[in-house]
Design a protein around this ligand. Structure first.
Ligand code: SF4
Ligand code: SF4
Length: 112
């Protein structure tokens, strides 16, 4: 049995869509665990990916795509962005089978 875990997300983050639906930037997958790219770049294997960024436009974004020089400043940003987009399979829909439940919506807190 998999025990539930608590992850904190921005109060304005969209709800997670079903697996296979279009990615809406809910951030659930990256807040739960880094993807292989995130593990490689941030050297974390568990917990929230350090590259996860909140976009004021109302969704989460991969920092490897939106701010590539912040994580790999010695590489050309365009190259890093292109590799990251390919590695994380951007645009192919939600590939997370996590079940997101919001048990206490009234207790949501603002993330920095
Ligand atoms: S892949 Fe799925 S869980 Fe991850 S940010 Fe996109 S919609 Fe959310
Ligand atoms: S897609 Fe980007 S933010 Fe999400 S886990 Fe991977 S490296 Fe981190």
């Amino acid at each position: 049995m998999t025990l539930p875990r608590v992850i904190l997300l921005h109060e304005a983050a969209p709800r997670k869509p079903a697996e296979g639906q279009a990615c809406n930037g809910c951030g659930v997958c990256c807040a739960a665990q880094p993807c292989p790219l995130g593990m490689l770049v941030t050297r974390r294997r568990q917990g929230r990916c350090a590259a996860l960024r909140w976009d004021p436009g109302g969704r989460y974004a991969c920092g490897m795509v939106s701010q590539p020089r912040r994580f790999l400043p010695w590489l050309p940003a365009a190259w890093t962005r292109a590799v990251a987009l390919r590695w994380i399979a951007a645009g192919r829909g939600c590939d997370s089978d996590l079940q997101a439940v919001d048990p206490t919506p009234q207790r949501r807190v603002q993330q920095p």
